[in-house]
Design a binder for this molecule. Sequence first.
Ligand SMILES: Cc1cc2nc3c(=O)[nH]c(=O)nc-3n(C[C@H](O)[C@H](O)[C@H](O)COP(=O)(O)OP(=O)(O)OC[C@H]3O[C@@H](n4cnc5c(N)ncnc54)[C@H](O)[C@@H]3O)c2cc1C
Length: 384
Amino acid sequence: MKKRFYLLSLLLFLSAQSSPKEINTLWTIIGAGPAGILTIGLLLDLGIQEKDITWLDQEFNVGRLGKYYKTVPANLKSKLFVQFINDCKTFNQCPVTPSIARLHHYHPEKEYPLQTIVEPLQDITNYLKQRVNAKKGIVSSLDYQDGVWHIGVGQQKTTSSYVVLATGCHPRELNYPIKNKIPLDIALNKTMLVQHVKNTDSIAVIGSAHSAILIMKYLSELKVREIINFYSKPCTYAEDKGNWIANESSGLKGVTAWWAKNILEKNPPRNIKRIHNTKQNRDKWLPLCNKIIYAIGYERNELPKVNGSNQVAYDNSSGIIGPRFFGIGIAFPEVHTDPEGHTESRVGLPFFMEYAQRVIPQWITKERLHRLQEYKDLFTIELL
Ligand SMILES: Cc1cc2nc3c(=O)[nH]c(=O)nc-3n(C[C@H](O)[C@H](O)[C@H](O)COP(=O)(O)OP(=O)(O)OC[C@H]3O[C@@H](n4cnc5c(N)ncnc54)[C@H](O)[C@@H]3O)c2cc1C
C-alpha cells in the first residue's frame, strides 16, 4: 500500500512537469487563419494552459479569408457564424467588440459578405494573442528528434512537444496558353476585378464551383464582351435530403447557387458560353480569349520542411500526421462519406469546428497517453 502511494505521488509529480527542461513550449500551432484560431480556442477550452501554447503566423490577419475575401458573399447563413463563435467557450470570453455585436444582429437566415465573420475573428485573434505566446514568423523547418519537435522560425530555433499545422492553401493554377492571367484573389473582389477588365475583353473562366460561378456573375454584370467558361463537371448544388445534405461542403449554396440555377442554367446572359473542358475544345476556343482566370480550387501552401521533406501524409479522419504532429483546416480537411457513398473534403468554418471538437480532445488524450507511456516502467512495477 505504502509502495503504491509513493509510486503514485512520483507519477503525479512527474506528470505535473509539463515538459522536459529543454522544451520551450508544449503546443505549437502554425497558422492564424480560422483553423489556427479555433485550435487555440479549443485547446484553451480543454484546459491546456495559455503559457504552454505558442502561436506562429507571419500576419495574424485571419488567413486568406481576412487578406483577400472580405467582400466575397458567404455561402452560409449568418446564424452558422454565430454558432461557430458560440461553440468555443474561450471565444466567448473575448470582450464583445462592435464587430461581434454586429454579427449577432444580422438576420440569422441571410448570407452576408465574409467580413461579417472575418472582423469578429480578427478581434478574437487579437484577444487570443494576449493570452498565448504569439509570435510573428514563418516556420521553415520541423525536425523530430528524441521525442521533441525542433522548429525553425527564420534564423531562430525553438522546441515543442506537439505541433499543429493550420497552414492553409492558395489558388491552384494551370498553364494554358494565355499570358494575361487575372489572379483568383483579385477576380473574387468585384471592385478590384473592375480595374483588370475592359468591355472589349474575352475572358476564359476555368472551373464550375463556387468561385467560378461568382466570377461569371461579376463579369456578366461588368459587361465584358465575352465570357467563355471551361467546365469539367456540371454545376453541383448542396441538396437537402431530409436528415442529411448531399454535397454539403462542395456544392453551390447561397447567392452562387441561386444565380447558377436561375440565370446561368435557365436563362444565361448572351455573352456567356459554356464549353466542356477538353483538349479539343481548348484548342478551338482558348485562342478567342485574351485573358484567363483559373477558379479550379486550392492547393496546400508550401509546408515547412518536415525532417527534410516538403511532403506529409495525414489521416483524414483524425488529423494525425505523425508523432505528436497534427494537421487541421483547409490544408488537412476531414474526408466525409455521405449515406449514398460519395466522398468530399469538408471545408468551411462549421465543418472545421465540428471536426476539431471531435479530434482535438483525442490529440490531448493521446498526449496524456504519451505521458503515461513515458512512465510505463513505473506502471509495470505498480501492476506487479
Ligand atoms: C473564396 C472563398 C470563399 C469561402 N467562403 C466560405 C464561407 O462562406 N463560409 C465558410 O465557412 N468557409 C468559406 N470558405 C472556406 C474556408 O472557410 C476557408 O478556406 C478557411 O479560411 C481556411 O482556413 P485555414 O485556417 O485552414 O487556412 P488559411 O486561412 O489559409 O490560413 C493559413 C494561415 O497559415 C499561415 N501560414 C502558412 N504557412 C505558414 C508557415 N510556414 N509559417 C507560419 N504561418 C504560416 C498563413 O499565413 C495563414 O495566415 C471560403 C474559401 C474561399 C477560398
